[in-house]
Design a binder for this molecule. Structure first.
Ligand SMILES: Cc1cc2nc3c(=O)[nH]c(=O)nc-3n(C[C@H](O)[C@H](O)[C@H](O)COP(=O)(O)OP(=O)(O)OC[C@H]3O[C@@H](n4cnc5c(N)ncnc54)[C@H](O)[C@@H]3O)c2cc1C
Length: 414
């Protein structure tokens, strides 16, 4: 059998693809497809529609991401395949530090309970990195070839199957655009998923976060200037902290709740800002310094209330989805809450793997089945793991002792 790329990818030849969303998954897919097209899969055209402008505000992108290389994440490997890993670690927060830091669990007095550092992986310049989300996005945007068009500030508002078998996308500028394959990469609150899979909604993962971005002219206070992770109060209040760059850090105070709370996004009124700062200080009153300093240094334009939400992934192979020529990648398929710390890693992997399968497989159903086979298990495990993280962050009494004991055992053996 001739298994050369040109013989295997006939179905993709001449294909026109629309990508909805130039976030992490959408950009990874576009860059990956361009790389694949250098050797195979020629004559595919790609158009991207993105709701936001090219430069996004700090309110939306002001946090940092942990990109890793362990079996569940694979973000470092995906960036390596995309050809971006030579420059990215140096642009990351950990790469620009003498001491790279690591994921840490602290007690409420900031005594280290345990610290996790990844082992080096052959072929990668670093096993993991902590990178500001806006830096990662900018580097991905810059890596998109000028032959692939991104239409900024253009939202995909509707989608329909045409009798010809093509998919028609309606746009916020009043125009429509037709394609052979629509890649829905429009994030957790995907408009395309809400149209095509109206019953496939996000679930509340029983935790509410009040979060903000703190600024320090003279540098982020220790130990948040180096390490990131959870501070365990043992009384039901969770705290996540992480450096973003030399002068800013994110914090998130969280608590368990039966119902989601009203989502609050910037810009907030002065009254709301005061109430949220007071509530955060009160909920976290058992945390020692630098908690108070972090909260008091919050840039008000970044303060928000968000509910931890997620959803199980779904397969494209079952053909219960109409139209069939739509594939969902990243959060639009398997949204996870920040407690997972893995959504961006999966988005990078999804983008790479879908592009690879489109160019390697001999039909669209085969490509989607192969994509599902690798994407679904890691996203199911990630959702499970994130629920465990929520339980740990808010554990009290003997439960917390048990979790810490189990974590130490896991660290010892793996
Ligand atoms: C506070 C916080 C901390 C996190 N920490 C980590 C971490 O440490 N590690 C990690 O791996 N993950 C982390 N995540 C998760 C990660 O950010 C997401 O999982 C990831 O961004 C998902 O990528 P995506 O491309 O699927 O979606 P997004 O990045 O949300 O991109 C979707 C894009 O689609 C655009 N869009 C939306 N609707 C439309 C439309 N109708 N038409 C056109 N465009 C549209 C949006 O503007 C956006 O650019 C964190 C998330 C948060 C909120």
């Amino acid at each position: 059998m001739d298994d050369s790329p040109s013989a295997l990818n006939q179905f993709a030849a001449g294909m026109r693809i629309i990508v909805a969303g130039a976030g992490i998954a959408g950009l990874s897919f576009v860059i990956a497809l361009r790389k694949q097209r250098l050797t195979s899969c020629t004559h595919i055209t790609v158009t991207v529609y993105e709701r936001d402008p090219r430069e996004v505000s700090i309110e939306r992108e002001g946090y940092s991401l942990s990109i890793r290389s362990d079996g569940l994440s694979g973000g470092m490997q995906a960036l390596n395949k995309l050809g971006l890993l030579d420059s990215m670690p140096a642009a990351s927060y950990t790469g620009s530090q003498g001491n790279a830091g690591g994921f840490t669990l602290w007690d409420k007095d900031w005594n280290e309970i345990m610290k996790m550092k990844s082992s080096p992986i052959e072929g990668l310049p670093a096993p993991s990195m902590r990178i500001a989300r806006n830096v990662l996005r900018r580097m991905l945007v810059d890596a998109v070839s000028s032959e692939d068009t991104i239409h900024w500030m253009t939202t995909c508002t509707g989608v329909a199957q045409l009798p010809s078998g093509k998919v028609q996308v309606q746009l916020s500028n009043g125009q429509v655009d037709d394609c052979d394959l629509l890649v829905a990469a429009d994030g957790a609150h995907s408009r395309i998923r809400s149209i095509l899979r109206p019953d496939d909604n996000l679930s509340f993962a029983a935790a509410v976060c009040i979060a903000g971005n703190s600024r320090f002219l003279s540098g982020v206070p220790e130990p948040v200037n180096r390490d990131w992770g959870c501070v365990l109060s043992g009384n039901g209040t969770g705290l996540f902290v992480s450096p973003v760059d030399q002068h800013s850090a994110v914090w998130s105070v969280s608590y368990l709740a039966e119902e989601p709370r009203k989502r609050m996004k910037p810009p907030l009124s002065n009254q709301d800002i005061d109430c949220l700062i007071r509530e955060s200080l009160d909920r976290g009153k058992s945390f020692a310094q630098p908690f108070r300093t972090l909260v008091q240094a919050t840039d008000p334009s970044t303060l928000m209330v968000l509910n931890a939400v997620d959803k199980q992934p779904f397969s494209h192979a079952g053909r219960n989805q109409k139209p069939v020529s739509v594939v969902f990648i990243g959060d639009s398929n398997h949204a996870v809450s920040p407690f997972a710390g893995n959504g961006a890693n999966m988005a990078l992997m999804d983008g790479w793997e879908l592009a690879e399968q489109i160019c390697k497989s001999n039909s669209l159903p085969d490509a989607l089945a192969a994509y599902d086979a690798s994407s679904m298990p890691r996203s199911k495990s990630t959702v499970r793991m994130s629920h465990w993280s929520i339980a740990l962050a808010h554990a009290q009494g003997w439960k917390l002792t048990l979790y810490i004991y189990l974590l130490r055992l896991v660290k010892l053996f793996f």
